[in-house]
Design a protein. Structure first.
Length: 287
């Protein structure tokens, strides 16, 4: 019993170390354009942030451009959405559930880019609109014009918002809530932090294990290993009177009956329904 308690304590301490090691990035104030790869000058970054901030506040829709050094552990299909969540993006009126925004995410190391929209913005930035934004980004990125890419993206988002008659609103979501751990950390961050906790968790577990063995050894020092088993069995103590067959496996055959669907999934009209909150492009690209 003592060993079980000590083992449980070891597991709890290891989990606490792991949770404490997880980073919780703070949302950068007024950061609409972020350049982790150093592709923009200080003056360019300031001018782009001022432009994006003015448009975002006027339209009530966050417009963002984020240049990362790598994919942060995300696959290409999850890159833009992961960056949007990881950086806690989106304009809101004090209600995080109403966050609205559009993002151009660029990985410098992988020469990959994609755009995505969330919240009320997803009603304006449909797949075709996001594909158009991706085309604009490619025209500049393929020429190595990072500043021109960000500037053109931000201004075209402003045009699309104006032409569509966009207005801010709080959508109703139907998909399950996203795991908070995935929101505040990227796969690369979680993997790095988890590996970093292993030496500490291992040392604590080994120490507690050694202490438990020491106490158990002291408690049981008078016991000896029995070499005969007959002392535990009375005369005629074992009699086999029943024989049964026990099957360890069974096989089940399932035949699927394909039925024609009477209609597609429902999608609410107007500006009140979103399944998950995100609208995606047809796919990002390389430059």
């Amino acid at each position: 019993m003592r060993k079980l308690k000590l083992f449980s304590l070891s597991a709890i301490l290891s989990m606490i170390l792991f949770l404490l090691a997880l980073p919780v990035p703070a949302k950068a104030a007024n950061a609409y354009v972020i350049d982790e790869a150093g592709m923009l000058t200080t003056d360019e970054l300031l001018a782009l942030n001022n432009l994006a901030e003015e448009i975002s506040l006027r339209q009530e829709c966050g417009v963002y451009v984020i240049i990362t050094k790598d994919m942060h552990g995300y696959s290409e299909s999850k890159f833009a959405q992961g960056i949007f969540m990881n950086y806690d993006l989106g304009y809101d009126r004090g209600d995080s559930e109403g966050a609205s925004g559009v993002l151009l995410a660029i990985s410098y190391g992988d020469s990959y880019y994609d755009s995505i929209a969330y919240g009320a913005a997803s009603g304006t930035f449909t797949t075709s609109k996001l594909d158009r934004l991706n085309d604009i980004a490619y025209d500049y990125l393929s020429q190595g014009d990072w500043n021109g890419c960000a500037d053109a993206f931000i201004r075209e988002c402003d045009n699309m918002l104006t032409q569509s008659g966009y207005t801010y609103y709080v959508p109703q979501y139907t998909d399950p809530t996203i795991d908070p751990t995935e929101v505040v950390t990227s796969p690369a961050q979680r993997r790095e932090r988890w590996l970093g906790t292993l030496p500490f968790a291992g040392a604590i577990s080994a120490g507690i294990g050694a202490v438990s063995v020491f106490f158990m050894k002291g408690k049981n020092k008078t016991t000896r290993i029995a070499k005969e088993a007959d002392r535990y069995i009375i005369n005629n103590g074992i009699r086999v009177t029943v024989s049964q067959e026990h099957f360890t496996h069974k096989t089940r055959t399932v035949t699927h009956v394909h039925r024609d669907s009477g209609g597609g999934g429902s999608s609410g009209g107007g500006h009140s329904y979103h399944s998950s909150g995100f609208s995606h492009s047809s796919g990002g690209g390389h430059f």
